[in-house]
Design a protein around this ligand. Structure first.
Ligand code: IPM
Ligand code: MN
Length: 352
């Protein structure tokens, strides 16, 4: 019976990563039907680095190129200097596998409360298409005369026509698709970042000509933050650069219900993509069973969508909605449920 089969790399990583990845895999097993999944687990992250000095061995990276997808928990460790794991592991995978889109849906599930009482559940439903391969993240720059009074540090934003255009095209194609409302907003800071902003603006306008059915808008990134709180309904698809996308999706997470529910995908539409909850390692929650696994489960849903397993993905969505509603009706949020109980609720909702 089973004809389709996938090899998925799993990187539980640090902090609460392993706890939430376990729930995502549990849900995937529950909805899996008509296809097979072999997981390849990678021991990567802070513990491995402290033990062996390895961040991401070349052999692991090479093997990842042959997989059908990657599922990541979180990376970052209090005893590892900042940047080692972020740049050496997470960003290295994004860059080496050319995962040039960071797709972050901002959707509010039923029953989930947020800090903005004036927003209704249906008001928050958009996606951020974050450029994921260049910008300030490219690592261009340097420092000289370090630790002297004459020290200088530069950090340059790299924007290529190719990189910007493929990102903007992706956003337009998505807005044109069946699940969206045909509207793209570019978010930038063109009034100050004149060189990069100019390239982005011209590319945006030129790509827009190929999508006559898609409406467009532009907002500065600072104003975008206000609109997230005041009129999130104005957004359908947002396209923006790497750094702005990083920042606004944390705010986006807050209007969808917090880091515990926000998922993202690092996509290479022609290659290997990686899915992750965007909340990080959550040190306060480690080992307590109090971390919300919904974000990681929603990341699993995105992975299934990209694999083409739409039925399984839809069932995960149904399961998440069942779970968030159930938790709300208990009026306890995560307080009343452990990480694995939330995973069980999703399974229950997904398999009804
Ligand atoms: C994210 C994270 C990463 C980023 C860090 C951990 C490098 O904040 O995925 O949003 O800045 O992209
Ligand atoms: Mn971030």
């Amino acid at each position: 019976m089973t004809s389709r089969s996938y090899r998925i790399g799993v990187i539980p990583g640090d902090g609460t990563g392993p706890e939430v990845v376990r729930e995502g895999l549990k849900v995937m097993e529950a909805v899996r039907s008509g296809f097979k999944v072999d997981t390849v687990e990678y021991d990567l992250g802070g513990e491995r680095f402290l033990r062996t000095g390895d961040v991401l061995p070349q052999s692991a990276l090479d093997e990842m190129r042959g997989l059908d997808g990657l599922y990541l928990g979180a990376v970052g460790h209090p005893d590892v200097p900042p940047g080692v794991l972020e740049r050496g592991l997470l960003l290295k995978i994004r860059f080496e596998l050319d995962q040039y889109i960071n797709l972050r849906p901002v959707r509010r599930y039923p029953g989930v409360e947020t800090l903005i009482p004036s927003q209704a559940e249906e008001d928050v439903d958009f996606v951020v298409v974050r450029e994921n391969s260049e910008g300030l993240y490219a690592g261009a720059g340097g420092s000289q005369r370090t630790n002297t009074p004459y020290e200088v540090a530069t950090q340059e934003s790299i924007n290529t026509r190719h990189g910007v255009e493929r990102c903007i095209r992706f956003a337009f194609a998505m807005a044109n698709g069946p699940d969206r409302r045909g509207h793209v907003t570019m978010v930038h800071k063109t009034n100050v970042l004149n060189y990069a902003g100019d390239l982005w603006t011209r590319t945006f306008e030129q790509v827009a000509e190929h999508f006559p059915d898609v409406d467009t808008a532009y907002v500065h990134v600072d104003a975008c933050c206000i609109y997230f709180l005041e009129v999130p309904q104005r957004f359908d698809v947002i396209v923006t650069d790497n750094m702005f996308g990083d920042i606004i999706t944390d705010l986006g997470a807050m209007i969808q219900g917090g880091m515990g529910v926000a998922a993202g995908g690092n996509l290479n539409p022609e290659g290997v993509s990686m899915f992750e909850p965007i909340g990080g390692t959550a040190p306060d929650h480690v080992g307590k069973g109090t971390i919300n696994p919904i974000a990681a489960i929603a990341a699993m849903q995105m992975l299934l969508e990209v694999l083409g397993e739409a039925d399984a993905a839809n069932r995960v969505d149904q399961g998440i909605r069942f779970a968030t509603q159930k938790m709300a009706s208990m009026r306890a949020g995560m307080m009343g449920y452990s990480t694995s109980e939330v995973g069980d609720l999703v399974v229950e909702g997904a398999t009804r």
